[in-house]
Design a protein around this ligand. Structure first.
Ligand SMILES: Cc1cc2nc3c(=O)[nH]c(=O)nc-3n(C[C@H](O)[C@H](O)[C@H](O)COP(=O)(O)O)c2cc1C
Ligand SMILES: CC(C)CC(=O)C(=O)O
Length: 390
């Protein structure tokens, strides 16, 4: 039991052990962390305040930020007994690709504030674990460097659409030509949410770092503040019709990220989205909107398995992943857990987070009598109304 659930049980475990041989000291230190919250504490100790605050913050009073996690804790799982769970497996398939876990890496900006190699560390870890990373439009590594570091298999590319459509078009074509296999169109950010800490800290990228996608455009300085920068560059007039435009310039599947309203899920399907990501941007956009897990069942009812459905926001335990799958998600993305892993130990730290959460998921599956991801359904969620007549 100990071995089965505390070790990484996917086909990448041997290479992870091999890479650890070369960084024994770091690995031993990482071994002592047993939860995402402990890694967050470590990251807080290691990061400059301005970077930690930028990564950790939500918008306004951070009600939704907290609610994303709290809502998971209110959902109860049903333990099941005497089911043969000797061969629990977290492998699954997404857009035809076999992956070792339904836990994917969400796009998050400016990773070189967390580790020297930033996005390169993250993509190497995602490859080694056989999962999918989405690169942010606002990354500190170029799409080309990320593609090279991953031998032409960098994962998915997240798109913020620029006011100058030609820039976006060129970016999409570049990403497509160098091996990205899907586009993630973020639709919850016509303007950036109000993150109080960033204003107080006068957030800017540390000297020596820049947003690589824009470097050529001489727009890499963030002195006016993130919100002003975002408002200058990104197009707030984007509408559903632009999804048609995007489909006309690429052959890649397009996932729409930031869906929180069932009506918008309907529109996303109507306008041809190939996948839907239920997300409130980690509580960083509209504060006091519901948690993502709360709205997931309603969106799942609209989507009805027509396209892959992914959830992000507040996942800190393997039991949270299981609850999202039970409510209809095919996979989840994690943002801050990866940030804390990368900040605490670079590539090994990201691997630590993936293996920690995946082994928790595997254990939770065993304790609810589930052997494979496709067998998860809402019968594992405690609902007293179901049992009231017994
Ligand atoms: C520091 C930070 C930067 C982010 N940058 C982006 C981004 O560039 N593009 C994007 O679509 N989402 C971005 N997100 C949102 C994440 O993709 C994801 O929706 C969110 O982090 C999920 O919540 P979690 O952090 O609780 O897992 C960012 C989130 C954080 C915390
Ligand atoms: C640089 C930001 C615009 C990236 C982002 O989406 C975020 O911080 O939430």
């Amino acid at each position: 039991m100990e071995n089965q659930f505390n070790n990484i049980t996917n086909n990448s475990s041997s290479s992870i052990e091999a890479s650890n041989q070369f960084s024994n000291k770091k690995t031993n230190r990482l071994d002592s962390f047993v939860s995402i919250s402990e890694l967050q504490e470590e990251a807080k100790k290691l990061l400059p305040k301005m970077a930690y605050d930028y990564y950790a913050s939500g918008s306004n009073d951070q009600i939704t930020l907290a609610e994303n996690e709290n809502a998971f804790n209110r959902i109860k799982l049903v333990p099941r007994s005497l089911v043969d769970v000797s061969k629990v497996n977290t492998r699954t398939k997404l857009f035809g690709r076999d992956i070792s876990t339904p836990i994917l890496i969400a796009p998050w900006a400016m990773q070189k504030m967390a580790s020297q190699r930033g996005e390169i560390d993250t993509v190497e870890a995602s490859k080694e674990f056989n999962t999918i990373m989405t690169l942010s439009s606002l990354s500190t590594t170029s799409v080309e460097d990320l593609s090279n570091a991953s031998n032409g298999n960098p994962g998915w590319f997240q798109l913020y659409v620029f006011k100058d459509r030609k820039i976006s078009e060129e970016l999409v074509k570049r990403a497509e030509s160098i091996g990205f296999t899907a586009l993630v169109l973020t639709v919850d950010t016509p303007f950036l949410g109000k993150r109080t800490a960033d204003f107080k800290n006068s957030f800017k990228l540390p000297n020596g770092l820049s947003l690589k996608i824009f470097e050529r455009l001489m727009l890499s300085n963030l002195d006016g503040g993130l919100n002003q920068y975002f408002a200058t560059m990104i197009d707030p007039s984007l509408t559903w019709n632009d999804l048609k435009w995007l489909k006309s310039i690429t052959k890649l599947p397009i996932l729409v990220k930031g869906i929180m309203c069932p009506k918008d899920a309907e529109l996303a399907l109507q306008y041809g989205a190939d996948g839907i990501i239920v997300s409130n941007h980690g509580g960083r956009q509209l504060d006091t909107c519901p948690s993502t897990i709360e709205v997931l069942p309603y969106i799942s009812k609209v989507v009805q398995g027509k396209v892959p459905l992914i959830l992000d926001g507040g996942i800190r335990r393997g039991t949270d992943v299981l609850k999202a799958l039970a409510y209809g998600a095919n996979a989840v993305c994690i943002g801050r857990p990866i940030i804390w892993g990368l900040s605490s130990g670079g590539k090994d730290g990201v691997l630590k987070v993936l293996s920690l959460l995946n082994s928790e998921l595997q254990l939770a599956m065993a304790l609810t009598g589930i052997n494979k991801v496709s067998d998860v359904n809402n019968s594992i969620i405690w609902d007293q109304n179901k049992y009231i007549k017994l």
